[in-house]
Design a protein around this ligand. Structure first.
Ligand code: HEC
Length: 308
């Protein structure tokens, strides 16, 4: 009796679930959810080819140095780079005295405590410091940026889909909001203080266009002209390096491991044939899995004293 009752309860339960599913699907088709401007007008990131792409990729140090220059002259005013230390810059081809000078000339000083008075103060950066953040904390950072928080850029190319190509697209993607968008979505006007950029997930971001004029940063002799496009590429390449300074070493190491494994496989195979040659010759002259060979193999096994 209890079983029948439990079965009926189960049936009713499943029935209710089915009805709610059917009615949900029916409503979805009868009254589909409204499209959002950010779904229709969002753009996939542009293509960006960098020297560090692919398994053979290596960093182009000259480009990274230009990118670092763009970071230090433009982005560092708002964005921290907490996971990179000044001494890491040696990886970009700067020598020690150059890095020391970059650290001590850095516009933002490092917070510290005056040993005599115990009061909070600041000092010049040294090689072992990480890049000091432009704001003391999140509250100060938001206060300076219209209540938006400029994210730390150390790992940004790992944190966003598209990586460097996304950062490049974002930096070169600012434009006026298209009139067609407003005709389609009259409520989606870019709010005051935000900037329209179709590569940003919700189309409007709080970062004012950081790279606006060609020649905003002056590159040293022998470098390509600092157009907005070039500066955006260079700083994106630099941010690939900050996220993974060991990329080139990892690639080289990976190759060494693959070559070693191939070599070990060949050695293993040769050792295998060498070790089993004698036993195979005795047991199965025509190959161990040939069914036609079974009787002969049995006889050979008996002779060799091997039990099958
Ligand atoms: C005036 C301050 C300011 C400057 C200068 C600036 N940014 Fe920003 N940045 C911001 C703010 C604020 C945000 C947060 C935007 C938001 O969430 O709406 C941001 C966000 C970003 C993001 C993250 C976007 C995302 O997907 O969340 C990236 C990447 C970025 N900035 C890169 C740069 C680079 C590269 C430079 C230098 C070329 C730079 N920014 C210069 C203020 C700045």
């Amino acid at each position: 009796m209890i079983r029948v009752f439990a079965f009926l309860v189960g049936i009713v339960f499943a029935g209710v679930l089915l009805i709610s599913l059917i009615s949900g699907v029916a409503t979805y088709f009868a009254d589909p959810p409204e499209e959002l401007a950010s779904e229709v007008w969002h753009k996939e990131h542009k293509h960006l080819a960098l020297a560090s792409d692919g398994p053979f990729g290596k960093f182009d140090n000259q480009q990274l140095q230009r990118g670092f220059q763009v970071y230090s002259e433009v982005c560092a005013a708002c964005h921290s780079l907490k996971m990179v230390a000044f001494r890491d810059l040696e990886g970009l081809g700067y020598n020690e005295p150059e890095v020391k000078k970059i650290a001590s000339d850095w516009k933002i000083q490092v917070p510290t405590i005056n040993e005599q008075t115990g009061e909070a103060t600041t000092r010049k950066a040294i090689m072992s410091d990480t890049f000091p953040a432009p704001s003391a904390n999140e509250v100060a950072a938001r206060a300076a940026n219209n209540n938006a928080l400029p994210p730390d850029l150390s790992l940004i190319t790992k944190a966003r889909e598209g990586g460097a190509a996304y950062v490049y697209s974002l930096l070169t993607g600012y434009q006026n909001q298209p009139a067609a968008l407003l005709r389609q979505f009259p409520d989606a006007k870019t709010p005051n203080g935000l900037h329209y950029n179709p590569y940003f997930a919700n189309l409007n971001l709080a970062m004012p266009p950081p790279l606006t004029t060609n020649g905003q940063v002056t590159y040293a002799e022998g470098n390509p002209p600092p157009t907005v496009d070039q500066m955006a590429k260079d700083v994106s390449a630099f941010l690939v390096w900050t996220a993974e300074p060991n990329l080139a070493r990892r690639h080289a190491f990976g190759f060494a491991v693959v070559i070693f494994l191939l070599f070990a496989t060949v050695l293993g195979y040769l050792a295998y044939t060498q070790l089993w040659a004698e036993a195979k010759r005795k047991v199965a002259p025509k190959g161990p899995l040939d069914p036609a060979n079974k009787a002969r193999r049995k006889r050979a096994s008996a002779r060799a004293g091997i039990k099958e």
